[in-house]
Design a protein around this ligand. Structure first.
Ligand SMILES: N[C@@H](CCC(=O)N[C@@H](CS)C(=O)NCC(=O)O)C(=O)O
Length: 213
């Protein structure tokens, strides 16, 4: 396989994997998908740890480079393939700023979903994380007041990163209808060519994705 071809490692249940998958789907770029079975612990096995020392998905390989951490992968893809980077230099920095913010905050949405779906925790743990998740979604909702996208006048990696990590919110009992601006923004994303939700987009097996020209 050519070194120039993008290869993404991920899992179909993972919001972190969904973020770069969605980027690639919206960009229509060709890429190879390699599934990492989280249930079987493949992410902690030596072969995969050699790719991602944190033992997590996603990971991207391209031109001899290995890029991990979903937001760094988004930044890398925007820089190298030129989509969704933001128009002005200020917008490009603001988009990256959102990614850093989301890693601190929207991650609470992913935690609430994780504890609801995959691992039962003491109710006190949920009592701690749920308000943090709601506050993060609320912040995005207020930021979208009177605007279509988080940064500038078009979609950027900020939208893909923030939406991508909150996409499973309903599995955590967080009803998107409570946040009308977030709901409208999600509908705008859904209207973009190539858009799909995670269970429709991320395969359970290795797959080659052709260019969507
Ligand atoms: N900060 C990381 C988080 C990655 C992450 O939490 N990945 C999860 C799936 S969404 C994972 O691999 N979990 C399996 C594990 O930790 O063993 C990123 O954004 O890439």
């Amino acid at each position: 396989m050519s070194d120039d071809r993008l290869t993404l490692y991920g899992s179909f249940t993972s919001s972190s994997s969904y973020k770069p998958m969605l980027y690639l789907a919206l960009s229509g770029l060709p890429f190879s998908f390699r599934t990492v079975n989280l249930k079987n612990g493949v992410q902690k096995q030596p072969d995969y740890l050699a790719i991602n020392r944190y033992g997590q998905v996603p990971a991207l390989r391209h031109r001899g480079l290995t890029i991990v951490q979903s937001n760094v992968v988004l930044d890398y893809l925007a820089r190298t393939t030129g989509h969704f980077a933001g128009g002005t230099e200020q917008e490009q920095w603001t988009a990256r700023e959102w990614l850093s913010w989301e890693a601190d905050n929207i991650t609470n949405v992913a935690k609430v979903r994780h504890y609801s779906r995959f691992r039962a925790v003491d109710p006190a743990v949920m009592d701690y994380f749920r308000p943090l998740a709601e506050a993060a979604i609320g912040f995005v909702d207020r930021s979208l007041e009177g605007r279509e996208w988080l940064v500038g006048s078009g979609p950027t990696i900020a939208d893909i990163g923030c939406w991508g990590r909150m996409v499973f919110m309903a599995e955590g009992g967080l009803d998107i209808a409570r946040w009308p601006n977030v709901l409208a923004w999600s509908e705008r994303l859904k209207a973009m060519p190539g858009f799909a939700l995670p269970y429709d987009l991320i395969p359970k097996k290795d797959q080659e994705f052709p260019s969507r020209a």
